[in-house]
Design a protein. Sequence first.
Length: 122
Amino acid sequence: MDAIARLAKSVVKRLDQSVILSRIVARIGEWTPTVNRCHDNVAIWVAKKPQHKHVHGFIYMDLRPNARYIRLMAHSAVETEDGTLCDITPHAASIEYPFIRHLGTDEEFEIFSRVGHFDLPV
């Protein structure tokens, strides 16, 4: 958990680099993305659209004042040819949360994504 906490702290320090992902209703033929399967959804998307890129990162959720922590969730997005970052995974969130790109290794992201999210006390 120490490695995850260190990664979470480094991501939060880069909040100024966050973006709000463009939402798109994705479909390729009969295939549509599945809720809560962002990593798989993006992998399928870029396999079928190789001009796009799979981007790992984190959704930043500041849950104060109701909670005393910031939640980071591992997330995957699509980067289009013009550099636009898109969220193809359907969700029911009432607001769009900032997305911060992962800058570390694939191994670090894999470790974090196995946990799914991390709550960083503030």
